[in-house]
Design a protein around this ligand. Sequence first.
Ligand code: HEC
Length: 129
Amino acid sequence: MNIKNMKHGCCSHSTYKKKILLAVLVAGAVSSIIFSCAGTIPSPTEIDIRRMKLRWPDTRKQDLDDGRIFYINRCSGCHSLHSPEHYTEQQWKKIFPGMAVRAHLLENESKSIFRYLLTFAKDSSYTMK
Ligand code: HEC
């Protein structure tokens, strides 16, 4: 755009501020998309705990935290970790049992990891987004 064309009051102070605000919002949205595509291993928040209690009333923060740590430690031996968000709940239900066998998970590890994965599954219906 030619700078001369901008003289017609098109960038009054408040419009300018709005444009900056818009740019910041767009940058935030873009970076969050890139961030999620990079494949994250999210940490459970208080909101995650609350929403998962609706599903499994005995869920404690410790269980989901343990699930995350077990997942990192027990599922990264043969391949890099897949973000839980890359698969739907149905996909995890198909994939997980075989992987649990391969990783020789103990029962408590298996339970925590499975809950952790479903907490962040792509279509987690308990997500408050
Ligand atoms: C002993 C090696 C081994 C361990 C440990 C292991 N995996 Fe895998 N995993 C594989 C192999 C091999 C494949 C690719 C071929 C296949 O799906 O059988 C795979 C593939 C996957 C995939 C992709 C499946 C798809 O269809 O896209 C996911 C997701 C996965 N593993 C999750 C896990 C989880 C969760 C754990 C921990 C419970 C785990 N893996 C532990 C060997 C392992």
